[in-house]
Design a protein around this ligand. Structure first.
Ligand SMILES: O=C(O)CCC(=O)C(=O)O
Ligand SMILES: [Fe+2]
Length: 341
């Protein structure tokens, strides 16, 4: 009886979500207040409503040139294999995507632009905004905001890259919209994994469908905070219901290992310039850092801006490189979640 009421209640919520997705498709307006229904439907149905929402909201594909840019060294066969691997496993690793020179420039940039501390669980550190102190970090995670980043020419090199858009589109099945630009340090401020710093396992769920590009800007070994993913958990019901139904929370290694043995966790060590493309609907974390540190740059592309409210980055035209300006002119939908002024 309890079970029947549970399903009736949640199927009703799924219907409300469907109506809201339809309303959004017709009006193009996302007031976001129905977003908790998307979360709820994921806990209960494990991605079925995300798949439906994707079909409904995805935009017609754009003609990108897949060989133009950072992934241009890969043959079309290699790109296809990488894409297939990503669909099957939820991640794919591509090495030497960023040049040494660009990584060095981004590393230097990270020490010149302001950012802020992620406040730790239990408030173990004080909030801080300013330049990063690599010698004496004051948080497990120090991060830069979207507006600061999109105005930097080094970052625009990556934002305007057509081969990344083509790769994202192949995965998403519709034209990609750039919806997150971020960069952060992992540092051994405290030796334990911090939940607030995304160092415990979790799934992301801000959109119906999205794909993340994680670029390592420093060399990453097992102690310096490698990104970690559990293969195939991005699939529909890939995360067991017992874990999903805990809600939008962080999960300890112990509870995750009851369902997925530690041997199956993919810990990505790699040289700077390495790119991990990942569907973070699957279980993942940034393993906490014990020694050294890690600088990571992240892009997210989505099929639709339906979902959680986020801060929209502002790009000042005076700061835009020619390549960036061309890309904005050519692909306005891709940059529709950046305010350009
Ligand atoms: O730092 C990482 O490797 C993962 C971060 C993450 O999962 C998040 O910010 O949601
Ligand atoms: Fe995450």
């Amino acid at each position: 009886m309890k079970n029947i009421t549970f399903y009736i209640r949640n199927i009703t919520k799924a219907i409300f979500l469907f109506v809201d997705l339809l309303r959004y498709k017709l009006s193009g307006k996302s007031p976001n207040e129905k977003y908790p229904l998307l979360l709820n439907s994921f806990y209960v149905f494990g991605g079925i409503m995300n798949n439906m929402g994707t079909k409904l909201l995805k935009k017609r594909k754009t003609n990108f040139i897949a060989s133009k840019g950072l992934l241009g060294n890969l043959s079309s066969n290699e790109l296809e294999n990488a894409s297939q691997f990503l669909k099957e496993n939820g991640f794919v690793v591509l090495e030497n995507v960023l040049s040494e020179d660009l990584c060095e420039k981004m590393l230097n940039l990270s020490l010149k632009i302001p950012g802020s501390n992620r406040v730790m669980d239990l408030g173990q550190n004080a909030p801080y905004s300013g330049l990063y102190n690599r010698v004496s970090p004051s948080s497990n995670r120090f991060e830069y905001d979207g507006t600061t980043l999109v105005n930097q020419p080094e970052i625009q090199e990556i934002l305007a890259d057509e081969s990344l858009m083509a790769f994202a589109q192949e995965y998403l099945g519709g034209s990609p919209i750039l919806d997150l630009v971020s960069m952060w340090w992992h540092a051994p401020f405290k030796q334990e994994a911090d939940q607030n710093a995304a160092q415990w396992f979790h799934f992301d769920m801000e959109r119906v469908k999205w794909i993340k590009f994680f670029f390592y800007i420093t060399d990453v070994d097992t102690n310096s905070g490698p990104h970690t993913f559990i293969p195939k958990t991005h699939r529909t019901r890939g995360i067991p219901a017992t874990l999903r139904r805990k809600g939008y929370v962080r999960l300890s290694d112990e509870e995750v290992s009851e369902h997925f043995s530690q041997d199956s966790w993919q810990e990505f060590t790699g040289k700077r310039g390495t790119l991990i493309v990942e569907d973070t609907r699957g279980l993942h974390k940034g393993k906490h850092c014990l020694t050294g540190d890690r600088l990571l740059f992240q892009l997210e592309y989505t099929v639709s801006d339906y979902g959680a409210a986020i801060a929209i980055p502002v790009l000042h035209l005076d700061n835009a490189s020619n390549k960036m300006l061309d890309a904005i002119k050519k692909y306005p939908l891709t940059y529709s979640m950046i305010k350009i002024e």
